[in-house]
Design a protein around this ligand. Structure first.
Ligand code: HPA
Ligand code: ZN
Length: 339
């Protein structure tokens, strides 16, 4: 199954670019920027990646991103991610970044955006990977701060397709950001939100009804509510599921108990994503591998997940169709070899 997954064309729709910051690059950029990390070496840093909940991770994730200071740093970070996933048959990426995580450190919106954007543009030209950028609001901050951030995004509508919501979910419901997402919709941005990772099904309802999302990021808690499952199926609202993230953050206790097979059985448009691969032990292929067994090592189901990733994307229709037909042809070739 590993080799089938390796060459399966796929898209990544839930990826925090700051979460791709590998310790090796972190130490290199820290040195370049004259920063002393609170860890003696790479190994010591990695041993800190032991999380029992989302907040444990977020504390380390914000500390890690403090090393990112210049446009070149954001370029190098994004370029390292692209060259890695190019080798994983990733054809399209929709990348999140956290402007407020940088603004708070006096790094301008444009410093981060331009570094990320120019790397993605280079990746499109040199590696053929199409892309979109989504900014995320940090939900532990107030709505006014999100409004200020949205204002900064307005001159960059040509580079930014959408607006999302991330960071500490508990006690920060989507409804806290009703006003700023209304404005984002009026400005023409696509809308996504993390919901139902650690929060209850109610937060998924709020994301749908108040923020009016096109996709739910994570969405695991939907499986607790049959009426919500039915609605996600009926409206074909995609979920961007992140298996390795879920086990590393103890959202689920064991991959064997991951709800993905039940989601697919129910008819939910689930996709597989890596979330913060440098922290959670794997990029996109490793996430597909992690769920392969609970899907019965079925090439057809893995191909369905890849098809869903293009279906759920913000790609324009001609490329979407092209990439879906690549998946279909790949599966057909694989199955004909087997018989
Ligand atoms: N959840 C919430 N916020 C985040 C995550 C996540 O998985 N990754 C980066 N920011
Ligand atoms: Zn996430």
């Amino acid at each position: 199954m590993k080799s089938f997954i390796a060459e399966l064309p796929k898209a990544e729709l839930h990826l925090h670019i700051e979460g791709t910051f590998e310790p090796e690059l972190m130490f290199k950029l820290a040195e370049r920027n004259g920063i002393t990390l609170p860890y003696g070496d790479i190994e010591t840093l990695r041993t800190a990646y032991n999380f029992s909940k989302l907040q444990d991770f977020l504390d380390i994730y914000y500390q890690g991103m403090d090393v990112l200071r210049t446009e070149q740093d954001f370029f190098d970070l994004t370029w390292a991610y692209l060259t890695k996933v190019y080798k994983q048959s990733v054809r399209h990426v929709e990348i999140f970044f956290d402007p407020q995580g940088h603004l708070i450190r006096d790094i301008s919106f444009e410093t981060a955006l331009n570094g990320i954007y120019f790397a993605l543009k280079t990746g499109k030209q040199e590696l053929g990977i199409s892309f979109e950028i989504i900014i995320c609001f940090l939900r532990h901050l107030d709505e006014e701060n999100a409004f200020q951030t949205l204002e900064m995004a307005l001159p960059h509508k040509d580079k930014i397709i959408g607006v999302g919501l991330d960071s500490s979910e508990k006690n920060n419901p989507p409804s806290k950001f009703a006003g700023v997402f209304k404005k984002a919709r009026e400005e023409g941005f696509r809308i996504v939100a993390h919901a139902g990772e650690e929060g209850p099904p109610e937060y998924i309802y709020e994301a749908l009804d108040i923020l009016k999302v096109h996709r739910i990021d994570h969405g695991n808690a939907a499986m607790l509510d049959p009426a919500l499952i039915e609605r996600l199926v009926k409206e074909q609202i995609p979920l961007t599921v992140c298996p390795l993230s879920n086990t590393r953050l103890c959202v689920i206790d064991d991959m064997k108990n991951h709800p993905l097979p039940r989601m697919l059985d129910a008819g939910i448009m689930a996709t597989i994503n890596s979330d913060d691969p440098a922290y959670f032990g794997g990029y996109l292929n490793e996430n597909y591998e992690a769920v392969s067994e609970i899907l019965g090592n079925s090439p057809a189901l893995l191909a369905q997940l890849a098809r869903n990733s293009f279906d759920a994307s913000f790609l324009e229709n001609s490329r979407r169709k092209l990439l879906i037909s690549e998946v279909d042809n790949y599966l057909r070739k694989h199955l004909s070899k087997e018989t």
